[in-house]
Design a binder for this molecule. Sequence first.
Ligand code: ATP
Length: 310
Amino acid sequence: PTPHIAVLGSANMDLVAYVAEAPRRGETVTGREFRTVPGGKGANQAIAAARAGATVSMIGAVGADTFGAQLRSSLEHSGVDTDLLRRVDTPTGTAHIVVDDEGGNAIVVVPGANGTVKGLTPGDEAVIASADALLLQLEIPLKGVLTAARAARRHGVRTVLTPAPAQPLPAELLAATDLLLPNEHEAAALTGITDDPPAAARTLLAQVPEVVITLGSQGSLYAARGAEPVTVPASRVTAVDTTGAGDTFAGTLAVALAEGKSVPDALHWASSAAALSVQRPGASASMPCRKEIDAQAAEAAARTTDGTPS
Ligand code: ATP
């Protein structure tokens, strides 16, 4: 059966200006190029999961404006159900990004409509109750995240929390989290332990039953209470744009686990998906479909059996 994933989170329009050198305060510079790119961790994870083959329901909010309409159609284009994506009176969330020629960036996020997602409607709760997993991140108010995590817990639905942007988490939220999915920096922010992901994972296991720490080109680390940690190397690929790699990993990992793949298989499948996404520009635009992920995962497995390092 096709897994059903619910996602509660943000939808943002990224407004990206490319300049030689970012302006200082009071300065005006002329940019080279401008792009609008659909984003937000919630929408990105929803698109990743839908392209990976799940039925996906996106819960969140956009404004009654052009960006809101564009975000909705970008989600729908990837097959995400947007019936529970509310249209509110507050402008759609935006991320204002300045990218300089050295690849450095400066970002202002204006949450807008995302800031209105503070609770669940009865319809939201019904969809969460019927899902195999609920994906959460922290780009909407904590109150909304907590309410949804509690609802998932009540209905016995697995919750996967990406704790980004990094911030201190209430114990109650961790208590309602089944799988915590930080990157290396978020794991360090949550534990105060830097440069030692296994130690950070062990510390996090005091609060959640399962942890996956993503380590960029170094792969990922899985830890669970009472089990040996599993590390999965990343595929060795030429990265052109790693934006959205973490969201691709989160969305596809949730699908793989919901389908009943074993943890090592699910991690390999998610890293194959993330490896595909970093080889192409864009966040959601770079996310692979199920066929591509299967092919990449099979190829990686063949290389490993060969004895050729992946
Ligand atoms: P982002 O914020 O860029 O979306 P993130 O910081 O949340 O990403 P990362 O740990 O950087 O997450 O990456 C997630 C996963 O993507 C990694 O565990 C790995 O499997 C894959 N990945 C990331 N970067 C690379 C890379 N350069 N080559 C191969 N795989 C990569």
